[in-house]
Write a protein that binds this ligand. Sequence first.
Ligand SMILES: NC(=O)c1ccc[n+]([C@@H]2O[C@H](COP(=O)([O-])OP(=O)(O)OC[C@H]3O[C@@H](n4cnc5c(N)ncnc54)[C@H](O)[C@@H]3O)[C@@H](O)[C@H]2O)c1
Ligand SMILES: O=c1ccn([C@@H]2O[C@H](COP(=O)(O)OP(=O)(O)O[C@H]3O[C@H](CO)[C@@H](O)[C@H](O)[C@H]3O)[C@@H](O)[C@H]2O)c(=O)[nH]1
Length: 324
Amino acid sequence: MKVLVVGGAGYIGSHMVKALHADGADVITLDDLSSGHADAVLHGQVVRGSIADTALLQRVFSAHRFDAVMHFASFIQVGESVRDPAPYYRNNVLNTQNLLEAMLAHGVKRFVFSSTAAVFGEPAYTPIDEKHPLAPINPYGWSKLMVEQMLQDYRRAYGMASVCLRYFNAAGADPDGELGERHEPETHLIPLVLQAAAGRRPHITIFGDDYDTLDGTCVRDYVHVTDLCSAHLLALRRLTAGDAGGRFNLGNGEGFSVQQVIATARQVTGRDIPVRVESRREGDPARLVADAGEARRILGWAPRHADLAAIIRDAWAWERRSSP
Ligand SMILES: NC(=O)c1ccc[n+]([C@@H]2O[C@H](COP(=O)([O-])OP(=O)(O)OC[C@H]3O[C@@H](n4cnc5c(N)ncnc54)[C@H](O)[C@@H]3O)[C@@H](O)[C@H]2O)c1
Ligand SMILES: O=c1ccn([C@@H]2O[C@H](COP(=O)(O)OP(=O)(O)O[C@H]3O[C@H](CO)[C@@H](O)[C@H](O)[C@H]3O)[C@@H](O)[C@H]2O)c(=O)[nH]1
């Protein structure tokens, strides 16, 4: 099995490269290193370049016969996408179409796509299942939904099989301690809280405590990065068996508020974590919690690191390695 991992130098992609290698796959990473790190790719060749570059795509697909493509490359910040949507539509939609066209031109017809809970927008009900209305409230979510639609049309018209995996909040780090989250700048809650615990930041800022939730802060469903990787392997197995694919929500089905995440991080680290409350961040829904029943039933997915404290413990081990 030869797999192209686009965005394999990033947070989730680098864990996926490791998981694919452990599963026996031959992996090639394509990454422009706009936010990833070459040294995070522990296995296989790294091609440095962008999916914006159609000539490069042509060369990569001519040089290798891929059985499947996993696509992690995109811009990922919800708030930034509201302030400056253009790069989001360009990179996440137009550049993804380049990739899909290169796949079609070379007869590669299995695709696993990193989608997001942001395709649902402000939930009409929770937990959110796959029947929930699709109504993004930020350009990031729209850019992912547009690709989901493209994939539905490509499946029907060109027979391209695809699985869209809608992650809720990816978190945690490689349990072996080899990989972790290294976004620069970091915008995600758990690594920021842990940087504050380590004294690398003076405090953690809570974006809004006036939401309609248990303590006024936003609620999210944190899912361990290695559990996301296991879902990808299961999706790949289904596609390889001849399945046309589908869309699956990935989360643990339990929501934690920003305050609860900070409290758990205090317990795990034994450190004081100073907090400041500021106004809401644009584009944030109050509560996102997954119903991942379909992934369990159809893919056979069974998350192994669902406990929030365990997720934070792995992230803390990584933070301690980065800032001893
Ligand atoms: N982190 C989360 O909580 C989360 C949640 C839901 C969905 N997702 C999705 O999962 C995917 C991976 O997220 P992540 O947190 O690992 O992000 P990341 O920024 O760490 O990784 C993205 C990788 O893609 C690369 N990249 C970006 N544009 C590229 C391009 N045009 N050509 C080649 N490489 C390019 C970057 O250099 C980086 O290595 C993204 O598509 C994101 O939207 C993430
Ligand atoms: O310094 C911070 C950072 C975040 N938050 C809050 O913490 C929650 C989680 O935020 P963050 O970790 O930035 O994740 P999300 O904005 O929920 O977005 C993530 O999860 C989405 C799916 O739920 C994905 O689509 C995105 O790519 C991914 O960044 C939100 O309520 C934020 O407002 C703070 O209060 N302070």
